[in-house]
Design a protein around this ligand. Structure first.
Ligand code: NAI
Length: 246
C-alpha cells in the first residue's frame, strides 16, 4: 500500500491530462483536476477516477490567472490535504506563421502554457518542501526542443518550460522533490484532430515509427516519473515521440 497522497493535474478534463490522472491513481489516493471550461468532460474524468477507487474533484480554474490558481489550490488542500504530485499539463495552441501572428496570440499561449505552470508550481511549492517529498511534472513538446514553423508562441512556451523544469529541479533537489518534463511528439487528441489529412501525412513522415502516439503512451511515462521508483531522476526531459526528435 502506497503512502496517502494528493495529486493535482491541470487540464485533466480530456486527452493527455485525463489519461495521466487515470494512470496516477496507482500513486495517489486523492486526485484533483483543473479544467478550462468543459465541466461535463471534467466530471466524466472524476467519475472514471472514482470508479478506480480514488477520491476525486474537479475545479474550473484558468491556470494563467495566479489569483485563481492560488484559490483553487487552497480548495484542493482544504479537501484533500497538501499536494504531493503536480502535473502541469494544461496547454493551448494558436498557430500561425510569425508574420501574421498577433502579439495577443503570442502572449496568451505563453500565459497558459508557461506562466500557468509557474503559478501552479508556486502554489504547491511549500507543500512539497515541507513534506520533503514531491513530484512535479511539466508537459512540454518536441516543438519546444526542435522548433516548428507556425508555432513561434507554442514552441517558445514549451522551450521555456524546459528551463523552468531544470530550475525547479535544482531549487528543490535537496528536499526530496523532483521536477521533470515529458516532451510528447504527435499524440492523437483533440489538439491534433484539427490537422487535415495532408498535414497529418507530412507530420508522420517525421516520425520514424510512422504513427501517432496515444494519450496512454504519455500517461505511462508520467506515472513512472511521479512514482517512488523515479526518486533519483530530476531535471530530465523524457521524449515520448516515436523517435521524432533524436
Ligand atoms: P487538449 O486540447 O485535448 O486538452 C487540453 C487541456 O488543457 C484541457 O483539459 C483544457 O481544459 C485544459 N486547458 C486549456 N487551457 C487551460 C487554462 N487556461 N487553464 C486550465 N486548463 C486549461 O490537449 P492535449 O493534446 O491533451 O494536450 C495536453 C498537453 O500536452 C498540452 O500541454 C499540450 O501542449 C501537450 N502536447 C500535446 C501534443 C499532442 O500531440 N496532442 C504534443 C505535444 C505536447
Amino acid at each position: 500500500m502506497s503512502i496517502p497522497r494528493t495529486a493535482l493535474i491541470t487540464g485533466g478534463s480530456r486527452g493527455i491530462g485525463r489519461a495521466i490522472a487515470l494512470a496516477l491513481s496507482v500513486h495517489a489516493q486523492q486526485i484533483a483536476i483543473f479544467y478550462a471550461g468543459n465541466q461535463q468532460a471534467a466530471e466524466q474524468t472524476v467519475s472514471l477516477l472514482t470508479l478506480q477507487g480514488v477520491q476525486a474533484m474537479c475545479l474550473c480554474c484558468d491556470v494563467s490567472d495566479p489569483v485563481k490558481v492560488k484559490e483553487a489550490v487552497q480548495q484542493v488542500r482544504a479537501a484533500f490535504g497538501p499536494i504531493g504530485i503536480l502535473v502541469n499539463n494544461a496547454g493551448i495552441n494558436k498557430d500561425g506563421l510569425t508574420l501574421r501572428m498577433t502579439p495577443q496570440d503570442f502572449d496568451s499561449v505563453l500565459q497558459v502554457n508557461l506562466a500557468g505552470a509557474f503559478h501552479c508550481i508556486q502554489a504547491c511549492y511549500r507543500d512539497m518542501m515541507q513534506a520533503r517529498w514531491g513530484r512535479i511534472l511539466n508537459i512540454t513538446s518536441v516543438a519546444g526542443l526542435m522548433g516548428n514553423p507556425g508555432q513561434a508562441n507554442y514552441a517558445s512556451a514549451k522551450a521555456g518550460l524546459v528551463g523552468l523544469t531544470k530550475t525547479i529541479a535544482r531549487e528543490l533537489a535537496t528536499r526530496g522533490v523532483t521536477c521533470n518534463a515529458i516532451a510528447p511528439g504527435f499524440i492523437d487528441t483533440d489538439m491534433t484532430q484539427t490537422m487535415d489529412e495532408k498535414t497529418l501525412a507530412a507530420a508522420m513522415q517525421q516520425v520514424p515509427m510512422g504513427h501517432m502516439g496515444k494519450a496512454e503512451d504519455i500517461a505511462s511515462a508520467a506515472a513512472f516519473l511521479c512514482s517512488e521508483a523515479a526518486g533519483y531522476i530530476t531535471g530530465a526531459v523524457l521524449q515520448v515521440d516515436g523517435g521524432m526528435y533524436m
